[in-house]
Design a protein around this ligand. Structure first.
Ligand code: V47
Ligand code: SF4
Length: 374
């Protein structure tokens, strides 16, 4: 049913802080205009995070691009014998985290391919090398798909795998690998890797072990509105159960050099709709991230008025989206992030991975209390 009354009823619920249902979410996705979505999302955003907008100082490390899987949306992966195949050595990993330290990074974000020949020890050792070199830097590493692969190759439980990683220095899990949970879509774009249930189970286990994690949704490919809403409802259910998610990141599909290169990249309006819709649906998530690398600086900045409260970080050495055609720079300076946020009328706050305020005194930094969240 498409009527202004329906939109009005949903808007009243959102303004009253009430949860909206699957059907209401679907209605918004299919019928609401972007400004109506933004208006509602901004209320939720300001209720949870006031006028603050967060960023962090981080660096990425993708330890190998060799991958046993062939996700159709991925331009990053490589076969074992491809010219572009690479694998990080311990020395390269040390060099990367020392570079992170020299730039004042509080976080290193580590995800990569599932290498045909690397044993579990290689992945654990990488985390240990990073942690022993710079113990002050938070290691956010391995998607649920990678954790699932480690369980497969070791024949051990998810809990065991995560515990080995925590013992080596892992601090939290990023949100990647979620794509779209619904099997009708997953079977078309990444049929062999961990399915939606595995992804959810992995994050549940991580939360039960006391780890925090993020969640993502890859949109703008073959999925439809009901798949997106299903995805958001599954994340909302798990968050009700564990409270372990920190932030949700809608990821815009970049088609270049992928098996889906006939699809046109989502437009700015679609990007803003997804930010707003997720802010409205995920009433139990504290943060929604507008990942500027993916969205571009301009849309990410505007997204701060459409539900987003976080721009991610300085992100030096990004490969995954640049292989898929992203035209954004590989990194932004802190002063540029501050400028984007301030011009959007928000107050910039540097946070660490766990959303604690970062205080800087020259080259030294320390973390304070948790920044407000609703
Ligand atoms: O799982 C891969 C996506 C994800 C493409 O947790 C693509 O803070 C668009 O999850 N077009 C990995 N997306 C990155 C990720 C992430 C990024 C930033 C912050 C955080 C966080 C997590 O990237 C993959 C997949 O969904 N991806 N290829 C592509 N062509
Ligand atoms: Fe491999 Fe990840 Fe690319 Fe899929 S998205 S092919 S799992 S590197």
């Amino acid at each position: 049913m498409t009527t202004p009354d329906t939109l009005n009823t949903i808007e009243q619920k959102v303004l009253a802080g009430e949860r909206i249902s699957f059907d209401e979410g679907l209605y918004l996705d299919e019928h609401a205009d972007v400004l109506a979505l933004g208006r509602m999302a901004n209320v939720v955003r300001e209720r949870k995070n006031g006028n603050f907008a967060y960023y962090n100082t981080n660096i990425h490390l993708n330890p190998t691009n060799v991958c046993v899987y062939r996700c159709k949306f991925c331009a990053f992966r490589s076969d074992l014998k491809d010219e572009k195949a690479y694998v990080f050595s311990d020395d390269m990993a040390r060099e990367r985290i020392l570079e992170a330290r020299s730039q004042g990074a509080t976080e290193i974000h580590v995800v990569g391919g599932l290498h045909h020949q690397k044993k579990f020890d290689w992945y654990v050792n990488l985390i240990r090398v990073l942690h022993e070199t710079c113990p002050e830097i938070h290691i956010k590493a391995w998607t649920a798909v990678e954790i699932n692969w480690f369980s497969f190759i070791t024949k051990q439980s998810t809990e065991w795998v995560l515990q080995q990683m925590v013992d080596a220095g892992l601090g939290s899990l990023p949100g990647g690998g979620a794509e779209i949970f619904h099997p009708d879509v997953r079977d078309q774009i990444c049929e062999h890797k961990a399915d939606g249930t595995n992804w959810i189970t992995c994050h549940r286990t991580a939360h039960q072990l006391g780890l925090r994690s993020n969640a993502t949704m890859l949109y703008g490919h073959v999925e439809q509105a009901h798949h997106r809403i299903d995805h958001l409802c599954k994340l909302r259910d798990l968050q009700d159960e564990t409270g372990g998610f920190q932030t949700f990141i809608p990821l815009a599909f970049h088609p270049e050099n992928t098996g889906l290169d006939h699809i046109i990249k989502p437009t700015g309006t679609m990007d803003l709709r997804m930010i707003a819709l997720s802010r409205i649906m995920l009433d139990n998530f504290d943060h929604i991230k507008a990942y500027w690398i993916m969205l571009g600086e301009q849309i990410a900045q505007v997204a701060l008025g459409f539900g987003a409260d976080d721009l991610d970080g300085t992100v030096v050495h990004e490969i995954i989206y640049h292989d898929a055609g992203a035209k954004t720079p590989e990194g932004l300076t802190v002063s540029k992030l501050n400028q984007l946020i301030t011009e959007a009328g928000r107050i910039p706050v540097e946070r660490d991975t766990l959303y604690r305020r970062v205080h800087r005194d020259g080259a030294q930094w320390s973390v304070g209390d948790s920044v407000m969240a609703g």
